[in-house]
Ligand binder design. Structure first.
Ligand SMILES: CCCCC/C=C/C(=O)SCCNC(=O)CCNC(=O)[C@H](O)C(C)(C)COP(=O)(O)OP(=O)(O)OC[C@H]1O[C@@H](n2cnc3c(N)ncnc32)[C@H](O)[C@@H]1OP(=O)(O)O
Length: 280
């Protein structure tokens, strides 16, 4: 009996247990040995962030926080994309109420991750433009696969990233580099991102990226968890306070901007180009 249980564990790649099913667009797996939870975004083909993905992400973060995991690693089930950012199809040709919901859930997902008291790391196993970069930079540590792209390219779509959306970016990049990148809508290659400090390490495979993230989280083993989390949140308190002050107005600003005819037209053209490119 013991032998067959052991064999099953080995076949599953070690002492892991599934905490939630994959009927959601996210799944959570906790490693029993390390106590570290891996949160996987699972909305093929590119993990574009629709309302459902953003809601599921929040629920998975809540689940990980309440099951007393030692840390959270965010990654993707898609083979070449971490997340393509907000689902443009959902923002295009829609009504104001839907835009309000999309933006509110993006805010909720960001604050849940950015304000998490747990150690957080992103195993960026693919491209991470816009909202993908937002999630990665909400984490404390980033490990990325070579030759992928990451950055906040909102200006290329004719839209403006609000201050809170830049917070994580500004936590890791000097203001001068961040300002130039945002105004250019620049996407950094993995190698450029490493040189600038936007990512912390490069890994050749997703497995290696997960291991490096786990090693980062493991580096806190000897640190008092309460002291650690309060220290982290002290660093983030100012950004969180500023965000809370403007969050309602920020939703209305987004709705006003995203429903402007020229912005809608820009999204339509951007979508068409994406589709043309993917058919090539
Ligand atoms: C008012 C302030 C708002 C500020 C905040 C806004 C934030 C955002 O997140 S806006 C979204 C910005 N995202 C992007 O610009 C990324 C666009 N996507 C890409 O560049 C690429 O898809 C890729 C690099 C992420 C992946 O490339 P690849 O693996 O080659 O995949 P394809 O390009 O062939 O895409 C497959 C499939 O998915 C569709 N798609 C891609 N991204 C999105 C998206 N963000 N939303 C909706 N749909 C997306 C793409 O059109 C393809 O569809 P099909 O042609 O139907 O297969």
């Amino acid at each position: 009996m013991l032998h067959s249980n052991l064999l099953r564990l080995v076949a599953r790649g070690g002492p892991k247990r599934w905490m939630s099913t994959t009927t959601k667009l996210t799944s959570v797996e906790v490693n029993d040995k390390t106590g570290i939870a891996t949160l996987t975004l699972n909305r093929p083909p590119v993990n574009s962030q629709n309302v459902q993905l953003l809601v599921d992400l929040q629920s998975s973060i809540g689940e990980i926080e309440s099951n007393k995991s030692r840390g959270l690693i965010l990654t993707s089930a898609c083979s070449n994309v971490f997340s393509a950012g907000l689902d443009i199809l959902e923002m295009y040709n829609t009504d104001e109420e839907r835009l309000r919901t999309i933006w509110t859930e993006l805010q909720n997902a960001w604050i849940a991750l950015y304000g998490s008291s747990l150690p957080t790391a992103a195993a960026i196993n693919g491209h991470a433009p816009a909202g993908g970069c937002l999630l990665a930079t909400a984490c404390e540590y980033r490990v990325m696969l070579p030759k992928r792209l990451i950055g906040l390219n909102e200006t290329q779509l004719g839209i403006i990233a609000p201050k809170w959306l830049m917070s994580g970016f500004l936590n890791v990049l000097p203001q001068r580099v961040a300002e130039r990148a945002l105004t250019q809508g620049r996407l950094f290659t993995t190698e450029e991102a490493l040189a600038e400090g936007l990512v912390d390490e490069i890994a050749n495979t997703k497995e290696e990226a997960l291991e490096k993230c786990a090693a980062f989280i493991g580096s806190f083993t000897k640190v008092n968890p309460l002291a650690r989390s309060l220290t982290k949140l002290q660093f983030r308190a100012e950004n969180i306070k500023e965000f809370e002050k403007i969050r309602k107005k920020d939703v209305e600003d987004f709705v006003a901007l995203a429903s402007r005819p020229e912005v809608q037209k820009g999204m339509g053209i951007y979508l068409e180009n994406l589709k043309k490119k993917s058919k090539k």
